[in-house]
Write a protein that binds this ligand. Structure first.
Ligand code: SAM
Length: 443
C-alpha cells in the first residue's frame, strides 16, 4: 500500500492509527513484497498473518493456491479486511492473536506465520507461535530492532540473553533485513527488522527436559553480572567438574555460554533418560499366548510378536485428547498419537500396562477404561497385539517431558477430518485405533 492509499483507507473508515494497538502501517510496496518472499510460500500452505492492519502484506500473500487466516484485534480493520479480501480461502478472525486457539490450525495444510507485529505484544506472540502446540514451520516477523537483535545475538554481547538461548534451541533464527522507521505511518520511535524463524530438524535438537532447561537458563540470566555458580546453587558441589567439562573458568557468567554449552550443562545435571533397550517384553504366539520374555531391542530387531496398549481419552465436551510424541522417540517421533500408549512389560497384563502408561506419560491416575478392540500383529502395528481403550478425563495432565511433546483436546470431528486430509501427521497405529471409534459426522 502507498502512503496515500493508507491515508484514504483510514479516512474512509473514519479512524486514525491507534497507538495502544501498535498501529504503524507499512507503506513501502517493495518491502512488503520482500517480507512475503521471505516466507517461501508453497502451494497448499496455510498462512497465518498476525495483525494484518489495512492489508499491506496481505495483498501480496493472497493467491489461489494458499489458505489465509488473518488475525486482527481492531474490529474496524477486521471488518475492512473481510470486505477487501472476501474469498472462501481467506478467513478473517477478529481476535487478539494471543487468544487464537492454535489447535484450530492443525490439519489445514503446512502452517507459516507472518506479521509486522505490534511491538507491545511481540514477545508473548513469539512465545505462543514457537510453543509445542504451534504447527508453524516458519515465521517471518517484523520486530522492533532491539528484539530482533536479541533473537540473533551471539554470546558475550549485551543483546544475548535467556530468550536468545531458549528460542534458538528449537528454531534457527536469521535477520533478513533492517527497516528504517520511515517506512511506516505513523513513523514509530524505533527502527525495525525482519526476522525469520525456522523450526530446526529433529536431528539437530538434543534431547532435554524442556521446562527444566528453560528454567535453568532463565535463572542463569536473572542477574547478568553475577557468576553462574552463585545463581545455580544446586550445582555448587559439582561446579569444578562441570566447568572443566565445559572448558570455561569457574567464574563464568550466563552470557559467556553458547547454546550448546547450556545444553551440555543441562544434560550433565539431568542426564536424559534414553529409552532402555534392556526392558523386557513378553514374546507371544499368534494367539497372544506368552512364549518367553526377551529384551526390547531383540524383540524389535527380530520383529517378534509382543503386546501394547493405546488409550484414547475424551472430556465431557466429547473432545479427544491427542498426544504429540516427543521428537526423540525411536518410533514415530513428533507425530500425533493416542492420548497415551506403550508396551506391555513382561509379567504385566494389558490393563496394568494401560494404567502404568497413563501415569508415566500423562501423570494421571487411571480413569475407568473401556476396551474397544484389539488389533492383531502386522507391520503397521509393529508386530504388536494392541488392546485399545477409551476413558474419560478432564485433566490436568502432566506430560513426561522426554516422552511427550505436548497433549491437547481436539474436537472429535476435527480429528477425523485431519486424519483424512493429513494422515502422515499421525502415527500409523493411531490411524488403526481411530478406526475403532465412531466418527461423529458419519451417518
Ligand atoms: N500488517 C500491517 C502493516 O504492515 O501495515 C499492520 C501492522 S501494525 C504494526 C500492527 C497491527 O496489529 C495493527 O493492525 C493492530 O491493530 C494489530 N494488532 C495489535 N494488537 C494485536 C493483537 N494482540 N492481536 C492481533 N492483532 C493486533
Amino acid at each position: 500500500m502507498t502512503l496515500s492509499e493508507i491515508r484514504r483507507s483510514l479516512e474512509r473508515l473514519g479512524t486514525e492509527p491507534t497507538r495502544s494497538l501498535g498501529q504503524n502501517f507499512l507503506h513501502d510496496q517493495n518491502l512488503a513484497r520482500a517480507i512475503v518472499a521471505g516466507l517461501d510460500i508453497r502451494p497448499g500452505d496455510h498462512i497465518v498473518e498476525i495483525g494484518p492492519g489495512l492489508g499491506a502484506l496481505t495483498a501480496h500473500l493472497a493467491r489461489p493456491d494458499v489458505r489465509l487466516t488473518l488475525v486482527e484485534k481492531d474490529g474496524r480493520l477486521a471488518a475492512y479486511l473481510s470486505e477487501k479480501f472476501a474469498t472462501p480461502d481467506i478467513r478473517v478472525v477478529h481476535a487478539d492473536a494471543l487468544d487464537l486457539d492454535l489447535r484450530e490450525l492443525w490439519g489445514r495444510g503446512p502452517v507459516k506465520v507472518v506479521g509486522n507485529l505490534p511491538y507491545y505484544v511481540s514477545t508473548p506472540l513469539i512465545a505462543k507461535f514457537t510453543s509445542a502446540l504451534s504447527p508453524a514451520s516458519r515465521l517471518v516477523l517484523t520486530l522492533q530492532l532491539e528484539l530482533a537483535l536479541r533473537l540473533n545475538a551471539a554470546p558475550r554481547t549485551k543483546a544475548y540473553g535467556a530468550m536468545t538461548v531458549c528460542v534458538n534451541r528449537r528454531w534457527r533464527t536469521s535477520l533478513l533485513r533492517r527497516l528504517p522507521a520511515s517506512v511506516f505511518f505513523p513513523v514509530p520511535k524505533v527502527d525495525s527488522a525482519v526476522v525469520a524463524l525456522d523450526r530446526r530438524p529433529t536431528a539437530d535438537v538434543c534431547p532435554l527436559d524442556e521446562p527444566d532447561f528453560d528454567s535453568l537458563v532463565r535463572r542463569g540470566f536473572s542477574e547478568r553480572r553475577k557468576q553462574l555458580r552463585n545463581l545455580l546453587p544446586e550445582l555448587k558441589p559439582t561446579w569444578p567438574q562441570l566447568v572443566t567439562a565445559l572448558s570455561v573458568p569457574e567464574t563464568v557468567r550466563a552470557e559467556e555460554l553458547a547454546l550448546a554449552q547450556w545444553e551440555f550443562l543441562a544434560r550433565l545435571r539431568r542426564p536424559a533418560l534414553a529409552q532402555s533397550g534392556a526392558e523386557m517384553f513378553d514374546v507371544v504366539d499368534a494367539s497372544d499366548r506368552v512364549l518367553r520374555a526377551e529384551p526390547r531391542d531383540f524383540v524389535h530387531v527380530n520383529n517378534l510378536r509382543h503386546r501394547a496398549v493405546h488409550m484414547i481419552l475424551s472430556n465431557r465436551a466429547g473432545e479427544i485428547l491427542l498426544q504429540k510424541r516427543s521428537i526423540w522417540k525411536d518410533r514415530n517421533p513428533g507425530l500425533w498419537d493416542a492420548s497415551a500408549a506403550g508396551h506391555v512389560d513382561s509379567g504385566e497384563d494389558y490393563p496394568e500396562a494401560a494404567a502404568r502408561e497413563l501415569r508415566e506419560e500423562l501423570g494421571v491416575a487411571c480413569p475407568p477404561l473401556v476396551r474397544i478392540g484389539k488389533l492383531t500383529p502386522c507391520e503397521q502395528t509393529g508386530h504388536e497385539f494392541i488392546e485399545v481403550y477409551t476413558g474419560s478425563h478432564e485433566g490436568p495432565f502432566f506430560p513426561a517431558p522426554l516422552e511427550v511433546e505436548t497433549v491437547a483436546f481436539f474436537p472429535a470431528q476435527q480429528v477425523f477430518e485431519w486424519v483424512a486430509s493429513s494422515p502422515s501427521d499421525f502415527s500409523p497405529v493411531f490411524l488403526l485405533c481411530l478406526g475403532l471409534l465412531k466418527n461423529p459426522a458419519a451417518p
